[in-house]
Design a protein around this ligand. Structure first.
Ligand code: ASP
Ligand code: MG
Length: 499
């Protein structure tokens, strides 16, 4: 019964967002908001993974799922490699290189589908192969045309997995319906990294609302869309998360769930800290800082559409579906735990420019940053003193040219093999005693370029790569593992939380 459902009704606002949006039917106004469920490549790598996804979707039927799926694990890489092979002139080998992956699709179908659906899906695979074959041939002869053709080829990964998943869901008794994502996602023609256009909202609603209204479960491939001219375009690597957020925003979803093979967002990299644990709630800003500083979280760009509409994003573990995962929301709930996570990024180069000319002069920093601009090099962390500026670079490939130009401005010192460590949590800047505790814990490790982020969400500093793991483990221990911190759920909290 509808009124048993615990969630909200479609808001009236939805009708007025986007001038081309079709009016919602009177009926759909009283239906619960949908939940976007996105499954990544590792969640659909073989028959048992598909079966697991079906069980997860089944247990969420009451939340009105819209399923978005990536290509099966490894297929996108193989498709891209095949294009390179075709560019090299060997179209036959290019197509042949995909047979292993196409065979994997067929094997999954053999395992999970009834005869009729299986035959239909095998035909779909055969047709896809024939189309890819034609495209490989064209690319081999006219390699310059490869950009849109490459997107067309790569998109077949998501199209096949979505069609297969829809069939598997039906086999499990769910009313799933494959929807060609290109009918929903309208993009510009920046192939390989296309951006969604506003037309996406009305198109997505027109395609999906009727299905939802008749309690169908739409299943779409992530990562793909099409241009105004009807040409297939992809959103860039990892773009299925982005698709999920775009579709979620268009439908004003109640929640966007990103299902992966990890236990949500962790307090630290589990390869370094074996006791890393799942963070229950993060703010959008904390999640973004984590991503900037190297954590394997959703890229901020991919959840921007969700942020704009303040839709919660949940990172779920398809291997432990009963766990709550990590919920990412506009403002993380008031919690005593100031420190949420410790992120890091290895392979950093720092550059220090020292010049007495800086003292009391203007224009120096402009001249300095123009050098980085000229060599198209992004700068991450910046700290300054009266007569020197230190900058950290993630990509130091233009270093020789940078140094030559920077030497016009002052003495240049470069250090390589550095690690940025970033302690992340809302309200860090306003919490007394954090910096003292962090730095006293690692007082035997040389720390440089300390900066409390302008965002007030991070405390960042640089150490030698060789000492980074040790520093991270010790900081994780004081923040999350030491009995007193665990007891107060308080990170570095002894002074922050009244005892
Ligand atoms: N299959 C695409 C990729 O591997 C998109 C995605 O998985 O998000 O980049
Ligand atoms: Mg992925």
């Amino acid at each position: 019964m509808l009124c048993d459902w615990p969630f909200l009704f479609m808001s009236d606002k939805l009708q007025f967002v986007g001038h081309k949006a079709p009016p919602l039917s009177a009926h759909s106004k009283f239906v619960m908001k949908p939940t976007i469920m996105k499954f990544g490549g590792t969640s659909v790598e073989d028959a048992s993974a598909f079966r697991n996804v079906a069980a997860i979707v089944k247990s969420h039927v009451r939340l009105r799922p819209v399923v978005v799926v990536s290509a099966i694990g490894g297929f996108t890489n193989a498709l891209l490699a095949s294009v390179q092979q075709a560019i090299g002139g060997d179209a036959r080998a290019a197509t042949k290189s995909l047979d292993h992956f196409l065979g994997r699709h067929v094997a999954i179908a053999l395992d999970l589908l009834n005869l009729e659906s299986r035959v239909a899906f095998e035909l779909t695979v055969a047709v896809a192969r024939r189309e890819i074959r034609q495209l490989h041939k064209i690319i081999a002869v006219h390699p310059v045309t490869h950009r849109p053709l490459q997107d067309e080829i790569v998109a077949s990964g998501e199209q096949l997995s979505a069609q297969l998943l829809a069939a598997v869901l039906r086999e499990h008794g769910l009313a799933a319906r494959y929807v060609d994502a290109r009918r929903c996602l309208k993009t510009d023609d920046n192939y390989g990294s296309a951006a969604p256009l506003p037309e996406t909202t009305p198109a997505t609603r027109a395609e999906l609302m009727p299905l939802l209204a008749s309690t169908r479960i739409p299943v779409l491939g992530g990562f793909i869309g099409c241009t105004e001219k009807g040409v297939t375009a992809t959103l860039g690597r990892g773009g299925s998360d982005y698709s999920a957020a775009i579709i979620g925003a268009a439908l004003e979803a109640r929640e966007i769930q990103i299902w992966t093979d990890v236990a949500g967002v962790l307090t630290a990299d589990p390869r370094i800290v074996s006791n890393a644990r799942t963070i229950p709630v993060l703010s959008y800003q904390e999640a973004a800082e984590l991503a900037y500083f190297g954590a394997k979280v959703l890229h901020p760009k991919t959840i921007q559409p969700a942020i704009d509409c303040r839709i919660p994003v949940r990172v779920c573990n398809s291997r432990a579906p009963a766990e709550a995962g990590t919920l990412i929301v506009a403002e993380s709930e008031a919690t005593a735990q100031t420190v949420k996570a410790i992120a890091y990024k290895n392979g950093i180069t720092t550059v220090q420019v020292t010049s007495a000319r800086m003292l009391g002069a203007y224009g120096f920093l402009r001249a300095l940053f123009e050098v980085f601009d000229r060599h198209r090099t992004a700068v991450d962390v910046v700290t300054t003193s009266e007569v020197s500026v230190s900058l950290s670079l993630d990509d130091a490939s233009a270093l020789p040219q940078l140094i030559a130009d920077l030497e016009q401005l002052g003495a240049v010192e470069v250090e390589e093999h550095r690690t940025i460590i970033s302690i992340i949590g809302e309200g860090l800047r306003n919490t007394a005693g954090i910096a003292a505790r962090v730095f006293s814990e690692i007082s035997d490790i040389n720390v440089a370029m300390i900066s409390v982020g302008a965002s007030s969400v991070n405390l960042t500093f640089m150490v030698d790569e060789a000492r980074a793991a040790d520093a991270i483990r010790r900081l994780h221990y004081v923040c999350f593992e030491r009995p007193e911190s665990a007891g107060k759920r308080a990170g570095l909290a002894a002074e922050e939380v009244p005892a």
